[in-house]
Ligand binder design. Structure first.
Ligand SMILES: NC(=O)c1ccc[n+]([C@@H]2O[C@H](COP(=O)([O-])OP(=O)(O)OC[C@H]3O[C@@H](n4cnc5c(N)ncnc54)[C@H](OP(=O)(O)O)[C@@H]3O)[C@@H](O)[C@H]2O)c1
Length: 336
């Protein structure tokens, strides 16, 4: 497995990281994951050289962190554990973020909730240090915490040895710069796929300029870009894939266009003897500024397939052709 520096942290992380959101389960992800299969998946990731494991307290209300911790028992040093802080549900501190599984979750980057969160994450993960500690979403009104206050707390946690390196997720360029000024982050995590390329305008070049690692998420568009989600697939109400604001490409009118496009790449999957998931992940990893691609995997079969993308080198002409094709798809239609 190829590795790249995790920004200036001194850590080298696998180019394909395992995203552990789905392992938290809940109505957002449809079928409930089997924890023993989740543990096997994480352990097989380590066996295959995937050392970057990305989780968060919010994924299944602690469940994802707990299975990561169970999987890493006895092998903690093989992994770069990336988790997050800043989504809070224990009381009404913070600002409302969203409902998951019918329960409200707030954003909170207040020093007092951060101090509680780190202890809970360490306990669930069964470790005494987190390798990469990322703010999950920036603070927002009505109860916004200044970045300087959040970063002062996080830097203290780093100085205490509870955290090795700090990162952010989902920030604007201005917020990224302010986080850098206040504490020395090493990475930024954000949504980026061949269908969702907004980060190319600002965040990707900015991270490259500042020498930060970039961890892309939803790069398989939650399975759509594997080609397996046919026109007959129906999602349960509440599944994230029915969220038109986030996932408009799943709407049947858009899905048809994606499936046709994926089918038109048959010559590429033949040429590289690869699957669509591998082709898409390899394209993503090859884009300027991208250092690491997080791929969620519900089971070891998906993981094994995704891992091979790290060793797939697409020729420049094929990368350019795929870009032309996805640009020609234009914007997805939204539900009226
Ligand atoms: N910081 C943030 O705000 C944020 C937000 C989103 C995600 N993330 C991180 O990024 C990671 C990746 O994003 P994601 O998991 O949402 O989306 P993703 O990687 O685009 O898609 C993952 C899903 O696609 C399906 N899949 C994956 N590999 C497959 C394969 N080879 N064949 C068939 N299906 C396959 C599986 O879903 P099914 O089995 O259900 O079909 C899997 O759960 C997350 O796990 C999380 O760690 C972070």
């Amino acid at each position: 497995m190829n590795t790249k520096p995790l920004g200036p942290s001194g850590l080298n992380a696998s180019v394909i990281g395992l995203g552990a959101w789905v392992l938290g389960g809940g109505t957002v992800w449809g079928p409930n994951p089997d924890d023993s299969e989740s543990i096997r998946t994480i352990q097989e990731a380590l066996d295959l050289g995937v050392n970057l494991i990305d989780t968060a307290p919010a994924y299944g209300w602690g469940r994802s962190e707990t299975v990561v911790g169970q999987a890493l028992k006895g092998r903690r040093d093989k992994a770069i554990v990336a988790t997050k802080c800043g989504l809070w549900w224990e009381d009404d501190r913070g600002s409302f973020f969203a409902h998951f599984d019918g329960r409200p979750m707030n954003r909170s980057l207040r020093p007092d909730t951060l101090q509680l969160e780190i202890e809970q994450s360490l306990r669930r993960l069964g470790t005494d240090r987190i390798d990469l500690y990322q703010t999950h979403w920036p603070s927002a009104p009505p109860e916004a915490t200044p970045i300087a206050d959040t970063m002062a707390t996080l830097v203290k946690l780093r100085d205490q040895g509870k955290v090795r390196a700090l990162g952010v997720c989902n920030v604007s360029p201005d917020e990224l710069l302010e986080n850098l000024r206040c504490g020395g982050i090493v990475s930024d995590q954000f949504r980026y796929s061949m269908l969702c390329r907004g980060a190319e305008k600002d965040i990707l070049p900015l991270c490259a300029e500042k020498g930060l690692a970039t961890l892309t998420y939803m790069s398989l568009e939650q399975g759509l870009l594997t080609g397996k989600v046919g026109m007959d697939r129906v999602f349960n109400p509440g599944e994230f894939r029915t969220n038109d604001a986030w996932n408009p490409w799943f709407l049947p009118v858009n899905r048809r266009r994606i499936l046709d496009q994926l089918a038109a790449w048959q010559d590429l999957t033949d040429k590289y003897a690869c699957t669509l998931a591998q082709l898409v992940l390899a394209w993503t990893a090859a884009q300027p500024g991208v250092t690491h691609v997080l791929a969620g995997a519900r089971n070891a079969t998906q993981l094994r397939e995704n891992v091979r993308a790290a060793s797939l080198n697409l020729e420049p002409a094929d990368l350019a052709r795929m870009r032309r094709d996805v640009e020609a798809l234009g914007e997805p239609a939204h539900q009226s």
